[in-house]
Design a protein around this ligand. Structure first.
Ligand code: HEC
Length: 108
């Protein structure tokens, strides 16, 4: 590689990374919310519509989900499993997950 090309690369790289980053913000939140929420599907059902006795999350109030997740995490709400799961998420991730489920249509 010539010095000129090397220089061109060095100049172009941060620039192209900057552009790519700008295009992803906004949509990135929606995508990561969906990925995070899929971790809940095995118990709370596809898109939050649970089977049987498991509580559904689809169409729940966002604030309700956020408060329950924090209560589980902080040991304020007794749980069989959620107190352990809730510890794996940051406040920001809980917000994204709660927002996602609050926008899903409840099946029943
Ligand atoms: C292994 C199964 C399992 C997974 C995975 C799971 N949950 Fe739960 N969830 C439960 C159970 C069981 C309860 C009832 C409380 C308890 O015993 O832990 C519950 C209760 C809840 C409640 C309270 C519902 C209500 O009506 O008060 C919320 C909110 C909740 N889960 C959110 C989530 C979120 C968000 C995820 C994904 C990050 C998730 N859960 C993943 C099993 C699960």
């Amino acid at each position: 590689m010539t010095t000129t090309r090397l220089l061109a690369c060095a100049l172009a790289l941060p620039f192209s990374l900057g552009i790519a980053h700008a295009q992803q913000t906004g949509e990135a939140d929606v995508r990561s919310a969906r990925v995070l929420a899929s971790n809940c599907a095995s118990c709370h059902g596809t898109l939050g519509n649970a089977q049987g006795a498991m509580p559904s999350l689809a169409g729940q109030q966002k604030t309700y989900i956020v408060e329950q997740m924090r209560a589980f995490r902080d040991g304020k709400r007794p749980a069989t499993i959620m107190h352990q799961l809730a510890k794996g998420y940051t406040d920001q991730q809980i917000e994204l997950i709660a927002d996602f489920f609050s926008r899903q249509k409840p099946a029943r």
